[in-house]
Design a protein around this ligand. Structure first.
Ligand code: FMN
Length: 329
């Protein structure tokens, strides 16, 4: 597929996930295969004020490209300046604006899904951002504030008018957050109206779901969030399934190798102590469904060093813990 002048191999996008899609996690997903990775959402105001924490969120490596950096905010000037800064940093291949976040802290600032109630402001934001950057420019929206999908279609129409290059739709309402099911028919309706690429998102849990979404909606590509947190192989599996009609499932060994790789990537990037604190949660997702996963998780709460994390994974790999609680210093 192609977004503006960016040619993309494959049809899979890693969704932006605040607190999750940091550089090491994106690197892992990319190593296993994914067309486009997306950053966590980055505050346009934070870029404006040159906040160190915000700037860190935009760190990138050549090997993870193409990378989409997602900005959030509600002020056309800071979003445009943010977009220009992203372009000047030369880290991103795409800029995305968040029209979907329903977290209170974001909505209270008038950002995220709050923008979907503001067509005039949306037009000013998208015009300003379009003028500020030559990079391919996308937006990520929800269905809106009611179940009709009309707000999504309206925002998409404005976006097209303003020169936005592609739209990702997570078809849940603002009030749904992540409850209930996403309404893929909104993706179908958006695709039938849009002349720019549409990326379908929401509740893809396996490669079969991705193919079903594409068949039912005609969307140009798929975006996966939560399923990739536990299965970093899923985006590659989807591309394989789309290309060949079949895909490879990771063996338990592949899963343990991915866990070890994530430990190394986290420790290299965040430093040993902070990495281990974060890894206690991250690694626990990977073992869902494996025998004795609860024993592994219990041990995981005690890791403080890279060596402890790797030893734990190796023990689990070698013995499955056979039900005992064990921990190595
Ligand atoms: C922990 C978490 C963090 C998220 N952070 C963002 C974000 O920063 N920007 C955004 O547009 N969507 C965010 N989302 C929404 C996802 O990108 C995606 O739209 C949603 O999870 C539905 O896709 P899925 O069913 O594949 O998970 C987040 C979702 C979760 C669960």
């Amino acid at each position: 597929m192609q977004i503006r002048d960016l040619k993309i191999k494959g049809k899979t996008f890693l969704a932006p996930l605040a607190g999750i899609t940091n550089l090491p996690f994106r690197s892992l997903v990319k190593e296993y295969g994914c067309s486009v990775v997306c950053s966590e959402m980055v505050s346009a105001k934070g870029i404006f004020y040159n906040s160190e924490k915000t700037m860190t969120l935009m760190e990138s490596t050549e090997s993870e490209k193409p990378l989409s950096i997602q900005l959030f905010g509600s002020d056309p000037i800071s979003l445009a300046k943010g977009a220009r800064a992203v372009e000047d940093l030369n880290v991103a291949d795409l800029i995305d604006i968040n029209f979907g976040c329903s977290v209170k802290k974001v909505v209270k600032q008038g950002a995220g899904v709050a923008l979907m109630k503001e067509p005039a402001l949306t037009r000013r934001i998208l015009t300003a951002v379009r003028q500020a950057t030559h990079l391919p420019f996308t937006i990520k929206i929800r269905s809106g504030w009611d179940t009709s999908g009309d707000q999504a279609f309206k925002i998409a129409e404005i976006a097209q008018d303003c020169g936005v290059d592609a739209i990702a739709l997570h078809p849940r309402t603002a009030g749904q957050a992540f409850r209930g099911h996403s309404n893929w028919d909104h993706i179908r309706q958006l695709k039938s109206r849009a002349s720019i690429p549409v990326i379908g998102n929401g509740d893809i849990l396996c490669p079969e779901d991705a193919v079903t979404m594409m068949d039912q909606t005609g969307c140009d590509a798929v975006m996966v969030g939560r399923a990739a947190m536990a299965n970093p192989f899923i985006l590659k599996q989807i591309d394989q399934y789309l290309e060949t009609g079949t895909y490879q499932s990771p063996s338990n060994d592949d899963i343990f190798t991915a866990m070890e790789r994530l430990v190394r990537l986290y420790v290299d990037y965040f430093g040993e102590q902070p990495a281990c604190r974060m890894l206690r949660g991250r690694l626990s997702w990977f073992v869902k469904g494996l025998p004795n996963a609860s024993v592994f998780r219990k041990n995981l709460t005690q890791i403080h060093t890279q060596n402890q994390a790797l030893t734990l994974i190796r023990d689990f790999r070698a013995t499955g813990f056979r039900g005992e609680v064990r921990f190595h210093e």
